[in-house]
Ligand binder design. Structure first.
Ligand code: MG
Ligand code: ZN
Length: 204
């Protein structure tokens, strides 16, 4: 896992840095195997944060473990309905999402796509066209943090969802911990702008 300063972000356009964003507990309230589109509730700061990321020029890709399908709690179609509703609501707010990638396997399936494994991000990188290393992974669980480590990218842990519990489990964490998606987007904005400044003026 890189420290933010180690990332060569100053050489990249913001459009080259893709945000890999978790869904449950990060964008919407964590409801334990949510399967009813009517139960979607956006977390405070989520819409504003995603909007700012878009505004800064970042693509946002949602990557989510939905083992409720593999466990037989709800169908693949039902999961698609929920994702469809989220996208529709986000679109109505002017938020652009470049893709939604979900692992639907049971944890025992030992698939290649359940976070913290990188399968979904590699697929997204191939389809959308970005370097998996030039990403920022945002989420509320250790699987999100570990995904960033696997990708050699940068993690941001939110204190939403399971985030506060996750924070207690972390040891020597080199990523960033923030309150919510809005604070995450402000951090990204400040850090990348600051690095641009350093490059322009040659100062450190
Ligand atoms: Mg989550
Ligand atoms: Zn999977």
């Amino acid at each position: 896992m890189k420290h933010f300063e180690q990332l060569q972000f100053s050489d990249l356009k913001s459009s080259d840095i893709v945000i890999i964003c978790d869904r449950d507990g990060t964008i919407i309230e964590e409801k334990e195997y949510l399967s009813n589109p009517d139960d979607i509730v956006f977390l405070p700061g989520a819409l504003e944060g995603l909007k700012l990321m878009n505004h800064l020029g970042h693509k946002v890709v949602i990557v989510s473990n939905q083992s409720g399908v593999g466990r037989g709690y709800f169908s693949f179609e039902r999961m698609n309905e929920v994702n469809g509703r989220i996208l529709k609501l986000l679109e109505a707010e002017g938020v652009e999402i470049s893709g939604v990638y979900c692992c639907v396997h049971h944890p025992d399936d030992n698939c290649d796509c359940r976070k913290p494994k990188a399968g979904l991000v590699l697929m997204a990188a191939e389809e959308i066209g970005f370097d998996p290393e030039n990403t920022i992974v945002i989420g509320d669980k250790t699987s999100d943090i570990d995904l960033a480590q696997t990708l050699n990218s940068f993690p941001i842990l939110l204190r939403t969802g399971y985030g506060k519990d996750t924070e207690k489990l972390l040891n020597g964490f080199k990523g960033k911990i923030v309150k919510d998606l809005l604070e995450a987007s402000e951090y990204i904005s400040k850090s990348i702008c600051a690095r641009r400044e350093v490059k322009l003026t040659g100062k450190r």
